[in-house]
Design a protein. Structure first.
Length: 360
């Protein structure tokens, strides 16, 4: 548990600090004053002001950090270096700089990963420029109450042998799990967290499959790397592809809400993400690197949503101001962001409760 908490806080802090550094760097570039850059969240442990009067602070709660931009909430409009004094394009650039920084982090992580090798599903792999190694067959899903779940197989297990035959091809391994004609058990050797084990599983009728089987989904996986000159290109392609997928997932969630479907089962809060982070970290450094890049993309897309309190919501109000050609009501805008923030906190609390229920 301590390992999981430490890894989760480390990953979250890196991504949040990168996001906030994006806002900070963009604001400095646009000549906007910075009041404070904090590592962690208050209460403050200590701080120090630089020659420009900006406070660098270290805070008690280790959940990333924050940047306070002068006049970011519409106040102090008449000061030359206030956020509200800058042009519409300049303000949008500053607001979206955190999103861009998270996408940049994802690109760097994916590129570094592809230079050394990232885990991937390699069945039907057609990219001839890739160098694929460490082929294996992994368990990716277990049907509840199936023979596989009864004998203790779990998602993430590596299948080494089936009936004494070694397999590194997912298609062949799936064929080998077909029930024996005489109904005898299937012998499976697998590896979990570096430890080998053996089970004997007898196929039976599985309702979800509609036929007799073991109740396990297998995929052929391996490490995929590229020559150094290609790794950044593949990193960019993966970042773009992942961003499109995440946007599609958010659109799907919103569509489900409008159709009165239950979407809570597809959401995870801090506890769920922390648990998953710990599980991924135990698989190895490059699994964690890949997972961190994926989280960075998710953070970027989430913050770009046009919802009050998020970066995308603040961009929306700036665009409205540009269309109206006069400042928005400070009270109305601050109230909208406060309500939006409160709704986000309620959502986090709700999904956290669901995560806790899942643990038990």
């Amino acid at each position: 548990m301590i390992f999981t908490i430490f890894i989760f806080l480390a990953v979250l802090s890196i991504l949040v600090l990168a996001h906030e550094w994006g806002h900070y760097a963009a604001a400095r570039k646009m000549g906007i004053g910075i009041e404070e850059f904090g590592i962690g969240f208050p209460p403050r442990l200590f701080g120090r002001k630089n020659k420009n009067g900006m406070l660098w602070s270290v805070n008690l709660i280790p959940l990333g950090g924050f940047v306070r931009i002068k006049g970011e909430n519409g106040e102090r409009r008449h000061e030359h270096d206030a956020f509200a004094q800058k042009s519409i394009p300049a303000r949008i650039f500053v607001l979206l700089a955190g999103v861009m920084m998270n996408l940049l982090v994802a690109w760097v992580l994916f590129s570094a990963g592809f230079a050394f090798g990232l885990p991937a599903v390699v069945e039907d792999w057609t990219d001839k420029s890739a160098i694929v190694s460490n082929l294996s067959v992994d368990v990716v899903q277990i049907v509840q109450n199936s023979p596989a779940s009864v004998v203790g197989l779990k998602e993430g297990d590596k299948i080494l042998q089936i009936d004494g035959q070694a397999y590194t091809d997912g298609v062949l391994a799936r064929s080998a799990l077909a029930p024996h004609a005489d109904g005898s058990p299937i012998a499976i050797t697998y590896e979990r967290e570096g430890v080998r084990a053996h089970v004997s599983v007898t196929p039976a009728y599985v309702d979800e499959l509609g036929k007799a089987g073991v109740g396990v989904a297998l995929l052929g996986t391996g490490n995929v790397r590229y020559p150094l000159y290609l790794a950044p290109v593949k990193g960019a392609e993966t970042t773009i592809s992942m961003t499109i997928q995440v946007v599609g997932a958010f659109v799907g969630l919103l569509s489900a809400l409008f159709h009165h479907e239950n979407v809570s089962a597809n959401l995870s809060g801090p506890i769920g993400i922390a648990t998953l982070t710990g599980q991924v970290a135990r698989l190895g450094f490059f699994h964690l690197l890949q997972f961190t890049a994926m989280l960075s993309v998710n953070l970027a897309v989430l913050n770009a949503l046009p919802f009050p309190a998020l970066d995308g919501g603040r961009v929306f109000f700036v665009l409205v101001e540009g269309i109206r050609r006069k400042p928005n009501s400070l009270t109305f805008e601050q109230t909208a962001h406060t309500i939006g923030f409160a709704l986000l906190i309620l959502l986090v609390l709700f999904v956290t409760y669901k995560d806790i229920v899942k643990l038990f």
